[in-house]
Design a binder for this molecule. Structure first.
Ligand code: HEM
Length: 470
């Protein structure tokens, strides 16, 4: 499924070929205002199955939209997600690939994944109601460890907090409808005093936050290197490899920032796991039975156990399918005119793949709204959601190996020691969570409450055990 947004359809194309089906266009901005806004992934479910263009014609289908407020004025265009397709893009992608692009490169960070997830279990034990806070803190800890070799403070870490603010500003400044300057870029030439030009002041403040989010951890690594005590990390490896010039250092700094930006928000996927366990208790019980029989109850599962835990592995895949955390992907923009299946796709068209629809299509996934790991087991498994949920072609998510490892270890360790069940309120009423997700490029499960309790005395001892150093 795919959704086309034509920014400005030039008259000169009139006789070339028909446009693909899509919403009505307005003068100047084409159908940009129809950019999906409210539960779009449901609304446009029926539109064509043509996403392979993003894979096969990657050299022309890999540009990103130019967003005047978030990209240009605030400066997010220097992070990978909005970086124009070209040499710098290739350099960032190479950096990502070398550090976290394969299981071999990622495996040196497995101990970090495991020890930080163990810390998560401890935090959850002490304040289960702060589940979302713990998830964010853990994601921040893992990513800052990998990106900058930085160990976060137990609570209220300054780098995590700074990045949270910057990411919130990213969402606000890149939503097309939030700032009119995203739709009419020439407004950025208005003088500051002009009525309605208040966005320029906002842009300067947000640019400052972004700059700090990028510069401060980078400076930390350089100081650690100078003292000879830098831990292995994405930044330290790249800075330490050879003499880097200013241009290369700029790329390293911003690709490290992109890593944080990509990983922190998508981690909320793990919140969906808790909702699924509340709603589908049989799945949790089956997974716990597998963990008990394969691992026993005297140690926590590790990433090395993955191949021996097929049900838990399938459960982690089902989380990725059931809750697509980026339901409509990030738009790809077409660099030059293309004729695809007889349709003209004009230069500048935004291609928005409907990831939610693909992963909830009853033709592909039986009872798609149910959470059922067994769909990936047995002789005829349903398609692996990782082929879709991480996007497409040359822009495919560069953090997918890390995300895959994180979601598995989080699910496995949590189920090994906790029972997750419906919340019972003060009057004794059982509270049913509502299955829904928030609107936005990154979509979170809607809030819900649940009860999280250690499974047994042995489980309690495992949570409280000393954490092995990563
Ligand atoms: C379950 C978790 C995740 C999901 C479902 C996810 C999904 C996606 C999707 C759909 C895209 C757009 C791909 C496209 O344009 O076709 C993307 C891009 C991206 N992701 Fe992820 N992601 C996840 C986790 C992560 C993590 C952990 C990181 C960082 C370590 C990360 C970093 C990025 C970056 C930097 C981009 C932009 C790539 C580019 O524009 O070239 N993501 N992700």
């Amino acid at each position: 499924s795919i959704y086309f947004v034509h920014q400005l359809y030039s008259q000169s194309h009139k006789n070339a070929a028909p446009l693909p089906p899509g919403p009505r266009q307005l003068p100047i901005i084409g159908n940009l205002l129809d950019m999906p806004s409210e539960k779009e992934w449901r609304k446009f479910a029926e539109w064509g199955e043509m996403w392979d263009m993003l894979e096969k014609k990657g050299s022309i289908y890999s540009e990103r939209p130019m967003l005047q407020m978030g990209g240009e004025l605030v400066g997010w265009k220097n992070t990978l997600v909005l970086l124009p397709y070209g040499d710098r893009f290739k350099s960032y992608r190479r950096n990502f690939h070398r550090s976290i692009g394969s299981h071999t490169s990622m495996s040196r960070f497995y101990p970090v994944e495991e020890s930080e997830t163990h810390k998560f279990l401890k935090r959850l034990l002490s304040t289960p109601d702060d589940l979302i806070k713990h998830i964010r803190q853990t994601a921040g800890a893992i990513i800052l460890h990998i990106s900058h070799g930085y160990e976060v403070e137990v609570t209220g870490d300054p780098f995590v907090e700074l990045a949270d603010i910057a990411l919130e500003q990213f969402s606000l400044s890149t939503a097309p409808g939030n700032f009119i300057v995203n739709l009419v870029p020439s407004l950025s030439f208005l003088p500051d005093w002009f009525p309605g030009a208040g966005f320029k002041k906002t842009a300067r403040e947000w640019a400052q936050t972004l700059d700090e989010m990028i510069e401060k951890p980078h400076k930390y690594v350089k100081e650690q290197i100078a003292k000879g005590i830098a831990k292995p990390s994405f930044t330290a490896d790249l800075l330490g490899n050879s003499d880097v010039d200013a241009g290369q250092e700029f790329d390293i700094k911003w690709s490290a920032g992109s890593l944080y930006g990509g990983g922190a928000d998508t981690s909320r996927l793990f919140y969906a796991f808790f909702k699924a366990m509340v709603l589908f208790p049989d799945v949790a019980m089956n997974a716990q039975a597998e963990i008990d029989s394969v691992i026993g109850q005297d140690r926590l599962p590790s990433l090395a156990d993955k191949t021996n835990l097929p049900y838990v592995t399938a459960l982690a895949l089902e989380v990725l399918r059931w809750h697509p955390v980026v339901p409509t992907g990030f738009a790809h923009v077409v660099k030059e005119d293309d004729i695809h299946n007889g349709y003209l796709i004009p230069r500048g068209t935004l291609i928005i793949p409907n990831i939610w629809k693909i992963l909830h299509d009853p033709k592909t996934y039986a009872s798609p709204m149910s959470f059922d790991p067994t769909r990936f087991l047995g002789p005829n498994p349903e398609p692996d959601p990782r082929q879709v949920c991480f996007g497409f072609g040359r822009r495919i998510c560069p953090g997918r190996v890390l995300a895959d490892a994180s979601i598995f270890i989080s699910c496995a360790m949590t189920l090994a020691v906790f029972d997750i069940s419906k919340h019972v309120d003060v009057s004794g009423q059982v509270v049913e969570p509502i299955v829904d997700q928030t609107t936005g490029i990154i979509s979170h499960p809607t809030p819900f409450r649940c009860s999280i309790k250690p499974r047994s005395e042995k489980a309690l001892a495992l949570i409280n055990a000393e954490i092995e150093r990563s």
